[in-house]
Write a protein that binds this ligand. Structure first.
Ligand code: MSP
Length: 644
């Protein structure tokens, strides 16, 4: 039987840097999932926090002339202050410097040590100070740490090791026999392929001669524990392992949200640590991709580290949450640019949803003086089947953490309602007295449809959901949302209710507004100098450019991809072979227009999967997301011709 409790966690973030877009995404994703589970009738618990021990923290504190404790207090507070600003409703915020956490780490170490799974040995190896771990030769790239690009130092020391190899077959079997344990599938494959190699024992101590900012080993006071052995334990120390009521209630349903960078500690060390300590392992691991900013990895030196506070100050928290959830396919990488954010706000929020909302309320004001009419029976024009499809699509996708699809299902309904208005032409019905009952039915269906949308967007945009429901005269339950099961019953907006004057949900952002002199009030700014995402394009050499295999292609076939209004699947003749390419041009071109067209293809782009479809290249187009024009030639060129 499906469990009705749900425990979600985020990684506990290092306090050596300020919170950025990446931290915001994982935490918002977990918050959206939590709110959805609540709507689905679950009792939820949501944990986040900060990871405060280790070399990196000591170095960061030293740079600021602060003691580690002073420093961690300050940065941890930034994270704690951020979450409410992003409408994140975590139940608990754990810090690895909390005494109760330290106690549980010691308890776990003692259990595993007593069992004989931790041994002491002398070791010489290649140590990367940035990663705070030893590397095997085969893991290095040209002799350097793959993450930090520096050669590790050879260190010889005696340390404590955790025997992991003996649990390897058990872990492989667990992953294979529990579909969805690692989600999405590609990360399960990645872990299983990693587990094909024998697991090395894990060095879990650091001598105090080298590091003191950590938790002292309970069985040797000359050592502190390795930061991962400390950090992972937060997931059980926070709810009160071993006897806490929260632990007992929620641990069986624990699902961790992380990005792909920390899949190994979560997918390998952590289940083995739990198994060795005789604790049930967590229920699942949700792994997402990375956000790049303006096409590059976020980094201080590039100057594109995106501050979520600056973005929400400018565009609003709900728009930010919407963008993050709509734009990233959970599991794949995504790109953040201000342009794309603004076009999504204008197209999806201001135009599609915002216009529909004010259009319907304006009609109700005009034709019924703002008072909800009595619903007349008109089964032929009911919007219930479309609402049902939206609720089903939303629920199915959310249950699989496919946030973008869940949102698309709701927007499909928004678009159906806009078409419904055009089809029924209420302005014509209003002119004929005998059509008043039909007009009332049309308006009531639209109001109920808006109510449905308002309920469904709650996990992603809680503020907008509340605003819409209040404007629709609904009393919001104390818990802040309606259960999924309650949404579909039509007629909840009481006839006779006087509705508020139509309000603008999302003001359109004027992309041409260039007056950046007043950062706080300017609705939008120039492309450069945004203060949070400079449009930095790295300078490349001719050799870099020559790496791109640009070729002409001819489109042989094109079709829409189910569930996306933007993506088309193209079969492109490249002279030597035919490629399948997924292109985001569905809003501008119909499949019919495309067959026979010449296009420019990036032929050596790494294969990607979009909405479940393989894409072996990219077609080039000019313009913003809204106005895309395919690149081409003014005379016929044979497919496969290289472009120089
Ligand atoms: N302290 C460890 C985690 C210990 S959990 C027991 C750590 N901290 S971190 O501050 O580096 O956070 C890493 C996590 O931040 C990623 O797994 C992801 O959740 C989030 N992100 C950081 N940068 C990101 C992107 N560029 N894109 C998406 N998420 C990213 O690792």
């Amino acid at each position: 039987m499906e469990t009705r409790t749900q425990f979600f966690t985020t990684p506990i973030y290092y306090v050596n840097a300020q919170p950025h877009l990446g931290h915001a995404y994982t935490t918002i994703a977990a918050d959206v999932a939590t709110r959805f589970k609540q709507m689905d009738g679950h009792d939820t618990y949501f944990l986040t926090g900060t990871d405060e021990h280790g070399d990196k923290i000591v170095q960061a504190a030293q740079k600021q002339n602060q003691s580690p404790q002073e420093y961690v207090n300050k940065i941890s507070q930034l994270f704690q202050d951020l979450w409410p600003r992003l409408s994140v409703q975590n139940n608990q915020f754990i810090r690895t410097t909390d005494p109760s956490h330290i106690q549980v780490v010691k308890n776990l170490l003692t259990r595993i040590h007593d069992k004989g799974d931790i041994y002491f040995s002398s070791y010489e190896g290649q140590y990367c100070f940035g990663c705070e771990r030893f590397y095997q030769d085969r893991e290095l790239v040209e002799g350097k740490c793959p993450d930090h690009g520096v050669a590790p130092s050879t260190i010889k020391e005696s340390n404590y090791f955790f025997k992991m190899g003996q649990y390897q077959d058990w872990l492989i079997d667990h992953i294979k026999t529990h579909p969805g344990f690692i989600h999405p599938r590609q990360y399960e494959t990645e872990l299983l392929s990693f587990l094909k190699e024998p697991l090395e024992d894990l060095c879990i101590s650091r001598p105090k001669s080298r590091l003191t900012w950590g938790i002292t080993l309970p069985f040797d006071s000359d050592y502190v524990t390795y930061v991962w052995f400390d950090a992972l334990v937060n997931y059980i120390s926070a709810p009160g392992y071993p006897d806490g009521a929260l632990f007992k209630k929620f641990w069986p349903s624990a699902r961790h949200f992380v990005a792909k960078d920390i899949i190994k500690p979560h997918g390998i060390y952590w289940p083995i640590m739990l198994k060795a300590a005789g604790i049930d392992i967590y229920a699942g691991l949700n792994v997402h991709g990375f956000w790049n900013v303006s096409g590059s990895k976020m980094s201080k030196s590039v100057g594109n580290v995106t501050d979520p506070v600056a973005v929400t100050d400018r565009y609003g928290v709900d728009a930010f949450r919407y963008f993050l959830m709509r734009e990233m396919v959970f599991g794949l990488d995504a790109n953040f640019t201000e342009d794309v954010l603004v076009s999504r706000i204008n197209a999806d929020l201001a135009n599609d949803l915002g216009n529909l909302f004010s259009r319907v309320l304006s009609m109700n004001l005009k034709y019924f003086k703002g008072v909800v009419p009595a619903m007349t029976s008109a089964p032929d024009i009911s919007l219930v089947p479309d609402a049902q499809a939206a609720v089903d699509g939303f629920q199915k996708a959310m249950a699989r953490y496919e946030f973008h699809k869940a949102i698309a299902a709701v927007w499909q309904f928004v678009s159906s309602m806009n078409k419904y208005i055009d089809m029924h032409e209420p302005w014509k019905l209003a002119k004929e007295e005998d059509k008043r009952p039909l007009l009332a039915a049309v308006i009531c269906n639209l109001l109920e449809g808006l109510r449905t949308v308002a309920c469904l967007i709650y996990p992603v945009m809680p503020g907008t959901s509340e605003k819409m429901l209040t404007a629709l005269g609904m009393t919001i339950p104390e818990k802040g949302f309606f259960l999924l099961d309650e949404i579909l019953s039509w007629g909840q907006i009481q006839p006779g209710t006087r509705l508020a004057k139509p309000a603008i949900l999302f003001p359109r952002i004027d992309v041409s507004a260039t007056d950046a002199s007043d950062e706080k009030t300017a609705p939008a700014k120039k492309k450069t100098g945004t203060g949070f995402t400079p449009e930095i394009k790295p300078v490349i050499t001719m050799e870099d450019f020559a790496k791109i295999d640009l070729r002409t292609g001819a489109i042989l076939a094109a079709e829409k991809i189910a569930g996306s209004d933007k993506l088309l699947k193209l079969q492109v003749d490249l002279g030597t072979d035919t490629r399948q390419v997924v292109a985001g041009i569905g809003r501008q071109y119909t499949p019919k227009d495309l067959v026979g067209r010449q296009v420019v293809v990036v032929a050596n782009l790494k294969q990607a999967t979009l909405m479940g479809e393989d894409s072996q290249g990219m077609v080039l187009a000019a313009g913003t997301k809204k106005e895309l024009v395919l690149a081409g030639f003014d005379v016929q060129v044979s497919p496969g011709s290289p472009i120089k």
